[in-house]
Ligand binder design. Structure first.
Ligand SMILES: Cc1cc2nc3c(=O)[nH]c(=O)nc-3n(C[C@H](O)[C@H](O)[C@H](O)COP(=O)(O)OP(=O)(O)OC[C@H]3O[C@@H](n4cnc5c(N)ncnc54)[C@H](O)[C@@H]3O)c2cc1C
Ligand code: FES
Length: 270
């Protein structure tokens, strides 16, 4: 972990898609240290909030010393972050947790539901740099909530929307099974995914039905967290074979066969 000793400074604020905000911060030690899939605990100074809030690094630019965060407003902490502007300071703790394992030669399918997309610009960039063939599947309620395809240079981008306003009409998991099944040798792919727990559950179910090994899937969990560093035990998820994993130190990127999906309920939501 590269603990941020000096605060990061917001250098850019934008709206990359409807209902989302992207903050770019300048903090060279963190930008140099972070790996795709890792997260930071961001201090928020909203009234009556005590805990930091966990956010994935969407991407990092080690040369320029910059990191991007993409998020939506769901409560006090994200509401406070949403009104940070250029010149404001941000206190980052991190990078934390385990990122995705990106090694290998097989084609990769990245699958994002909703704001789960936030982790993928940097992941795709790193995979493409490793010369891996990448298909990015993006799912959202409607077209304006899709992160633009030009954020995934070098990947084939396919979209799914619940209302049919762009791409496949339906869920991103159905896009995966119905469209890609005949097109790609799905038995020989790695799958990296992030999204709401019901989406992950549906993916696991479909992958089982397709007879694919769960080991080929890595999940970026967004389990609500307290400390982010393994001490509060607030981020436990059920481990295959019994017991629990801690999302913040065993994850957030975890191989799907390490999770007991039968015990993974909305109590462990993300
Ligand atoms: C490792 C990790 C990485 C994350 N990366 C991102 C990211 O890149 N972009 C992004 O937008 N969000 C991300 N999240 C989710 C983000 O941390 C929460 O949305 C945020 O902490 C909410 O804080 P708040 O004070 O705004 O809302 P709160 O007031 O704390 O909560 C508001 C509502 O949101 C629900 N909620 C809180 N946390 C979560 C969660 N983790 N999952 C689902 N519902 C939640 C609460 O139950 C409540 O109903 C990530 C979470 C984790 C664990
Ligand atoms: S968030 Fe505290 S142990 Fe994981």
């Amino acid at each position: 972990m590269s603990l941020a000793l000096a605060p990061a400074v917001v250098v850019q604020r934008s709206t990359p898609m409807r209902d989302a905000i992207e903050l770019v911060v300048h903090h060279p030690p963190s930008a140099a240290a972070v790996k795709p899939g890792q997260f930071f605990q961001l201090a928020v100074a909203a009234p009556q909030t005590i805990l930091r809030r966990p956010y994935s690094a969407a991407w990092a630019d080690p040369q320029g010393g910059r990191i991007g965060f993409i998020f939506n407003v769901v409560g006090a902490g994200s509401g406070w972050l949403a009104v940070r502007h250029e010149g404001h300071e941000l206190d980052l703790l991190g990078p934390l947790g385990r990122g995705f394992s990106l090694e290998g030669e097989r084609p990769v399918i990245c699958m994002a539901g909703g704001l789960g997309v936030a982790v993928f610009p940097g992941v795709v960039q790193a995979l493409v740099a490793r010369k891996r063939r990448v298909t990015m599947l993006l799912g959202a309620r409607t077209s304006s909530q899709l992160l633009p395809a030009d954020r995934f240079t070098g990947a084939d981008v396919l979209t799914a929307t619940d209302d049919g306003s762009a791409g496949y009409h339906g869920s991103v998991v159905n896009l995966f099974t119905s469209t890609l099944r005949g097109r790609v040798g799905v038995e020989a792919v790695d799958i990296l995914t992030c999204g709401p727990t019901p989406m992950l559950q549906a993916l696991i179910e479909n992958v089982r039905q397709l007879g694919l090994p769960l080991e080929s899937i890595q999940v970026a969990l967004e389990t609500p967290m307290g400390c982010g560093v393994g001490t509060c035990l607030g981020c436990a998820i059920p481990r295959a074979g019994g017991g629990y994993l801690l999302s913040c130190i065993d994850g957030p990127c975890v191989r799907a066969d390490r999770i007991d999906w039968g015990r993974m309920t909305d109590a462990f939501h993300g």
